[in-house]
Design a protein around this ligand. Structure first.
Ligand SMILES: Nc1nc(=O)n([C@H]2C[C@H](O)[C@@H](COP(=O)(O)O)O2)cc1CO
Ligand SMILES: [Zn+2]
Length: 169
């Protein structure tokens, strides 16, 4: 029987697009007004073992700390926010992340690169590389190269994934 004869849907999500969509859906939880990042960790059996998005640490109110980009360092979000990739690792089901892939909306910074490498994650799949020109990202590339972590930019098969929360399906 051919795939066509079987009556199978043809417009289903590929694995890559599915995992990146989960990452982007998680990003929708972020309170950051400028950049919402989500990350999704997948093991070798293609099971999702961790998700996360950028936000302040547990117990730190989203209203009590600043979300600003500019001003005195302590009055910006940067010293306080946990990156999506860090949260995905820390939120992962207890176990071994060795050999996993991480799908992330934005290429990891150098601090997350260290966490990803130390966790044993072997592949980084990213969508945006908007900070590629910064030193932090040059350092990430260097770390990933030396540690043998494979990085690839996702070229999605589906550019738009629609989810409608409608009780009538
Ligand atoms: N890979 C990343 N994962 C992340 O979760 N982030 C977070 C940290 C901030 O909350 C936000 C970046 O803010 P901005 O500088 O684009 O306004 O995204 C940032 C990066 C890139 O460094
Ligand atoms: Zn980071």
């Amino acid at each position: 029987m051919t795939a066509q004869d079987s009556g199978k849907r043809s417009d289903y999500l590929s694995w890559d697009d599915y995992f990146m969509s989960v990452a982007l859906l998680s990003a929708q939880r972020s309170k950051d007004p400028n950049t919402q990042v989500g990350a999704c960790i997948v093991n070798r059996q293609k099971r999702i073992v961790g998700v996360g998005y950028n936000g302040f640490p547990t117990g730190c109110s989203d209203e009590a700390l600043p979300w600003h980009r500019e001003g005195d360092f302590l009055d910006t979000k940067y010293p306080y926010v946990c990156h999506a990739e860090l949260n995905a690792v820390l939120n992962s089901v207890p176990g071994n992340l060795a050999g996993c892939s991480i799908y992330t909306a934005l290429f990891p910074c150098n601090e997350c690169a260290k966490v990803i490498i130390q966790a044993g994650i072997r592949e980084v799949v990213y969508l945006s590389d908007k900070y590629a020109a910064t030193d932090s990202f040059r350092a990430s590339r260097r770390l990933f190269d030396q540690a043998g972590v494979v990085c690839r930019q996702l070229k999605p098969a589906s550019r738009i994934v629609t989810i409608t929360l409608d009780e009538n399906g």
